[in-house]
Design a protein around this ligand. Structure first.
Ligand SMILES: CCCCCCCCCCC/C=C/C(=O)SCCNC(=O)CCNC(=O)[C@H](O)C(C)(C)COP(=O)(O)OP(=O)(O)OC[C@H]1O[C@@H](n2cnc3c(N)ncnc32)[C@H](O)[C@@H]1OP(=O)(O)O
Ligand code: FAD
Length: 670
């Protein structure tokens, strides 16, 4: 019989804040909460979206099942007449990686960002109705990070008014694009443009790769899947692919010509739009990945928090109502709290900075429409830096959550192995995290060098304008409670960032060759870029707290989380804070004292804080993290579902177990 007891009810009763109001804060608005909640329930109650057996499926079956689900998603969207907003929630809650992610996430944005209006009018209706399925073919076997080094060529032939797309070497094979291996009919292909015998750098070209009649590759095209990837389930439902061109011809008007164009005569014409707009799809996706990071981390933290409240180990002075000694909930161990609660705080911090980044990106798009390109460098630096910071922290946080769940965290049914395997490549795709931080540091060094010419930094770099004050200021913390001051915290982060940045800038001047200097100092530059990104996260959390926050106790809890996020970072990067003299050793020790008090404030609210994510059991996909906390019967039941348990005596017994046992018996008799 089904157990209907809420094993976490007692924990929920301890909450000191209004969970429903916190749900609104997490969702972004009451409207967002209502829509997402409705769609989450719709997905959870539809057997067509079940995801029970993913981990035990073979690659082929997993891929087939993802295809089936993607087709069902599309069918339901059309049957229900879902709006764009509802559609994106549906895809989100279905939670299965397939070709449609790259079609909607990169192919369509690449056309929107880099195609002319005329080209958009032709291609977007086809893409939006999925009459064509597209991928984003940039990375090659030999080059991913170095986009300028791509080898695929697009040579204009003025005789036929066509481009000839060609893969001149093995290393020029396109490698990795999602959905390319078996599904995509079209691709935005990034290639070196050659016209009139001259090279004009990387541009995007819309290329059909498969027949719309029989799905066979078109002449001159070799295409396939690149093989199994890390972990079971995860990205293996996606057909990341390889693609080679043998002098494939496409009409001239399939070069994406918003930024620059090639005329009928073969003349290359630049517009006043910066060339970097060609990289616009990457900026768009990096911004969405910050939101993905908060989701992935919050899922892991939700599982680890609920399980930590259910799991008990070792003796305790407490007795239950019958007077029997009960063991300690592992969430009450201070070490568990010091590992878990900073992750909980980070999930909230990343949610808020992701929300802000979405606003920054939307603002950029509006400005671009009016030919204002002024914020592009800052948006590039923010999306690159925050994508890097949040994905690295979330990937580490998911793995830490697995360890927080002890042995059971390693079971597939905990949901954590697949979550990790699915999320960890986010540290690499859309730009390797170190390469992206180097982009941030390049932007920051430029900002610092422009100070001398009187250029005032704005936006996220405004604090760099206060360099004189921040280099000299001292932290005033004298007792642990003094750390409960958001201005004090922000100034400590800004002081540490600017001191690291100025040290890098000074050291760079010691090199005659700036490129060599940048390369030699790159580890320090990466550290300084991280410090700058942390300033952004902390300051956006603080800005969030300054908004009108409703509901009993909600603001207080968010403040507590903001302090935990910040003070834990100080603890983690103590070397930086001490070596830059942004704080003293005594103040560092007071920060640790304060952290302990803050963990005690979170403890009674921990379960309610993860309930505020409003995740269904379907979405979480974890027996350890289920809402009712009924962990053990669920674990037991899941084990029996494993294909190995379908027979009592395993296949292979007669061939491979019995002879071994017999052999030992014979040896014993000898
Ligand atoms: C549980 C959740 C699961 C969710 C699952 C989601 C599924 C997701 C599917 C994954 C899809 C993945 C797709 C991909 O990975 S697509 C390929 C992405 N590739 C990259 O990101 C490559 C990274 N490399 C680059 O971006 C560039 O090559 C790099 C910027 C690193 C260097 O290029 P380059 O050498 O040309 O540049 P410079 O350093 O010389 O810079 C020139 C100037 O341009 C500025 N710049 C660079 N990039 C941009 C940009 N994108 N936008 C705006 N400006 C840019 C740069 O700052 C320089 O400016 P200055 O001259 O002023 O200094
Ligand atoms: C799951 C997944 C999905 C993907 N989907 C797509 C897709 O749909 N379309 C697409 O086009 N691509 C896709 N990619 C490719 C992805 O964008 C690239 O793998 C990524 O940009 C990293 O490039 P790389 O593989 O060349 O790494 P490399 O650049 O070879 O990195 C290797 C190492 O070198 C270091 N390194 C490289 N350059 C520097 C430098 N200048 N300074 C210091 N260190 C450096 C890196 O930090 C890293 O440690 C996908 C990748 C994955 C894993």
């Amino acid at each position: 019989m089904e157990d209907t007891v809420d094993h976490l009810a007692h924990e929920r009763s301890k909450a000191q804040f209004n969970v429903e109001e916190m749900k609104i804060i997490w969702a972004g608005s009451l409207h967002a909460l209502q829509v997402s909640d409705r769609i989450a329930k719709l997905v959870a109650s539809d057997p067509g979206f079940g995801k029970e057996n993913r981990a035990v499926l073979s690659r082929k079956d997993l891929f087939k099942s993802a295809l089936k689900k993607a087709a069902y998603v599309w069918k339901r969207i059309n049957e229900l007449g879902l709006s764009e907003e509802e559609t994106s929630w549906l895809r989100f809650y279905v939670d299965e990686l397939a070709y449609d992610y790259v079609h909607w996430g990169m192919f369509v944005p690449a056309i929107k960002g880099s195609a002319t209006e005329e080209q958009q009018n032709k291609w977007l209706p086809l893409a939006n109705t999925m009459q064509i399925i597209g991928t984003y073919a940039q990375t090659e076997l030999g080059h991913g990070s170095n986009v300028r080094g791509l080898e695929t060529t697009a040579t204009f032939d003025p005789v036929t008014d066509e481009f000839i797309i060609h893969s001149p070497t093995l290393t020029s094979s396109k490698w990795w694009p999602g959905g390319l291996g078996k599904v995509a009919t079209h691709a935005v292909v990034y290639a070196q443009l050659i016209t009139d015998g001259k090279e004009y750098g990387v541009n995007g070209f819309l290329v059909q790769i498969r027949s719309l009649d029989d799905h066979f590759p078109l002449p001159g095209i070799t295409v396939g899947d690149i093989g199994m990837k890390f972990g079971s389930g995860a990205f293996n439902s996606m057909d990341n692919g390889v693609l080679r061109f043998d002098r494939v011809r496409i009409p001239r008007n399939q070069m994406l010509m918003r930024v620059s164009k090639v005329t009928r005569e073969g003349k290359y014409v630049e517009s006043n739009i910066p060339k970097q707009i060609i990289y616009g799809a990457m900026v768009y996706v990096r911004q969405t990945i910050v939101a993905d990071a908060s989701i992935a981390l919050s899922r892991a933290v939700c599982i680890a928090t609920r399980y930590s409240a259910v799991r008990r180990q070792f003796g305790s002075p407490q007795n239950d109502q019958n007077g029997n000694g009960i063991e300690t909930q592992v969430i009450d161990y201070k070490t568990q709290q010091s590992r878990l609660f900073p992750l909980l705080a980070s999930a909230y911090a990343f949610r808020f900075v992701g929300e802000w980044l979405k606003w920054l990106y939307t603002d950029l798009i509006q400005k671009l429409e009016g030919n204002d390109f002024s914020t592009l460098p800052e948006v590039h630096a923010c999306t690159a830096g925050l994508k890097s910071l949040t994905t690295s922290a979330a990937a580490d946080g998911i793995e830490e959550s697995r360890k927080l769940c002890g042995g059971h965290g390693y079971l597939s049914s905990s949901g954590l192995p697949e979550l990790y395997a699915t999320f960890v490549p986010a540290c690499t795709y859309e730009g390797d995290n170190v390469v992206l931080l180097l982009q941030v540091s390049r932007f920051l060094m430029k900002t610092i060098s422009q100070l001398q010419s009187g250029k005032k930094p704005t936006g996220t770099t405004a604090y760099i304008g206060h360099v004189e004050h921040l280099i000299q200021c001292g932290c005033n913390v004298k007792k642990a409670e003094d750390w409960l001051n958001l201005c004090v915290i922000l100034e400590a982060f800004e002081a540490r960032a600017i001191r690291l940045l100025v040290a890098c800038a000074e050291n760079l001047t010691k090199f005659a060759n700036p490129l060599q200097g940048f390369s030699e100092l790159s580890p320090d530059l990466v550290e300084a870029a991280v410090a700058h990104c942390q300033v952004i996260v902390v300051s956006k959390f603080i800005e969030k707290l300054q908004q009108n926050i409703q509901g009993i106790g909600v603001k207080q809890l968010l403040e507590t989380l903001c302090y935990i996020y910040s003070l834990n970072l100080i603890h983690k990067h103590l070397g930086d804070f001490l070596s830059t003299r942004s704080i003293t050793p005594k103040q560092a020790s007071l920060a640790s004292d304060q952290l302990r008090s803050l963990y005690a404030k979170v403890r009674p609210n921990a379960i309610a804080l993860v309930d505020a994510f409003n995740y269904t059991d379907h979405f979480l996909g974890s027996v350890l993290g289920s809402y009712d906390g009924n962990v053990y019967p669920k674990l037991y039941e899941e084990a029996w579902k494993d294909p190995l348990n379908e027979s009592v005596v395993p296949d292979g017994y007669h061939e491979n177990i019995r002879p071994v046992l017999k052999q030992q018996l014979q040896n014993a008799r000898l």
